[in-house]
Design a protein around this ligand. Structure first.
Ligand code: GLU
Length: 414
């Protein structure tokens, strides 16, 4: 159910932009069809010697701007429709930050929390055995996404090695640093988000904002830490069990050790427990949905009190909600801009792998900041010119860039 929501939402944002651009029907058709869909069965011997067959997907949506690129998601509810929607979003995300990649996404239907480490390794290797012909540094470059880690990327790279007979570091990103990973990749999504947020705070003339964050996984937790280190006041955070709120600000360090000890942010001292839903509606200046998709919709957009929303998750705000929020004077910074820091440092990793170079943390952060600020400014320009929400502005900019490439390639002539 949710999966087709993801696809419908992504396409509805695209269609709104296509309408404003008066995009030719045949161009719309090409840009909304994936180039290649791969569906594989992965047989795995489980620890108890039983045999289990898992379903894996890879959607290579569009490679007109370069090899396709995007993460692999391990989730019990993932399916082809969702992977397709996420691959479509990757196409635009990579275009917005202007890195030479097309868009892709992968997934395996599984519950990683129920698998042993050895089973997880066999499954990850099985995915590469089934997919290796279709991926590679010049074809399609996977990376981490929900519940996939640097260790999983290392196993996948090692498996690919077996088929090629030599190391191919640039075939996957988000690897451990000891094995060709880039410095800064671990915090890149959140860090990129903070760069974009600071640009937005300046434009909105908001000083000393209070911040609420939904989600305490890689993106949410790192964003909370980075922002709190910079001196911002975090008033609420949540994880899948629920959230906590203190209008005077949360002690992040103590909260992180509470989460590590108890498995949840809930029941933290000096804070009120709140639900994930309520967190979205609390009094704050900046709201960061960093967990799941489809959180802010037509039905709850009116209740949002924040002035800026930073969409750190993929697809947390629907295109209808973005428009409603815009009319209320709230700026929702779309996912394809807000969370593009992850894939941007993946691109840096790929460049380092292909050249044999190794950049310092400072170099990576400085280059990431340049990329994110440039992307924000380009989207903001369209937003001001057209007087439309930032989601629509980002989509318009991305389509324009894509159509230009189609013209240069000779695929399409106006
Ligand atoms: N999975 C991340 C995303 O949704 C990163 C993709 C990548 O690094 O290729 O943007």
């Amino acid at each position: 159910m949710e999966q087709s929501i993801a696809w419908n939402n992504a396409v509805s944002q695209f269609n709104k932009a296509a309408k404003i651009l008066k995009l030719n029907e045949s161009v719309i058709e090409l840009l909304t069809q994936p180039k290649r869909i791969i569906h594989v069965s992965i047989p795995i011997k489980m620890d108890d010697k039983s045999l289990k067959t898992f379903q894996g997907f890879r959607v290579q949506f569009n490679d007109m701007r370069g090899p396709t690129k995007g993460g692999i998601r391990y989730h019990h509810e993932v399916d082809m429709e969702e992977v397709k929607a996420l691959a479509f979003l990757m196409t635009w995300k990579n275009t917005i930050v202007d890195i030479p990649f097309g868009g892709a996404k992968g997934g395996i239907i599984c519950n990683p929390k129920e698998l042993s480490e050895a089973e997880l390794e066999r499954l990850s290797r099985g995915y590469i055995q089934a997919m290796y012909q279709f991926i590679g540094p010049e074809k399609d470059i996977p990376a981490p996404d929900v519940y996939t880690t640097p260790q999983i990327m290392a196993w996948m790279m090692d498996e690919y090695h077996k088929f090629q007979g030599h190391n191919v570091f640039g075939m996957i990103t988000g690897k451990p640093i000891e094995l060709g990973g880039s410095k800064g990749r671990d915090i890149a999504t959140a860090l990129g988000g903070t760069f974009v947020l600071e640009e937005a705070l300046q434009k909105m003339k908001l000083q000393k904002p209070t911040i609420a964050i939904q989600g305490f996984g890689n993106a949410g937790r790192t964003a909370a830490k980075l922002l709190s280190d910079k001196g911002y006041k975090i008033v609420a955070v949540s994880d899948s069990h629920g959230g906590v709120y203190n209008e005077k600000g949360l002690d992040l360090k103590a909260l992180m050790s509470h989460k590590d000890k108890t498995g949840s942010v809930k029941d933290f001292k000096d804070a009120k427990n709140i639900s994930n839903e309520k967190l979205l509606e609390i009094e704050c200046d900046v709201l960061i949905p960093a967990a799941l998709g489809n959180q802010i919709r037509k039905d709850n957009a009116q209740k949002i009190k924040a002035k800026i929303i930073l969409e750190l998750a993929n697809g947390p705000v629907t295109s209808e909600a973005r428009e409603l929020l815009f009319k209320k004077g709230i700026m929702s910074i779309p996912d394809i801009l807000a969370n593009a820091g992850g894939v941007t440092v993946s691109y840096f990793e790929w460049v380092q792998n292909n050249t044999g170079d190794s950049w310092t943390h400072e170099e990576v952060y400085a280059r990431l900041k340049d990329k994110m600020v440039e992307a924000f400014d380009s989207v903001y320009e369209v937003y001001e010119e057209e007087n439309i929400d930032m989601g629509l502005a980002a989509q318009i900019l991305a389509i324009k860039r894509m159509v230009r490439v189609m013209e240069l390639r000779g695929i399409y002539k106006k």
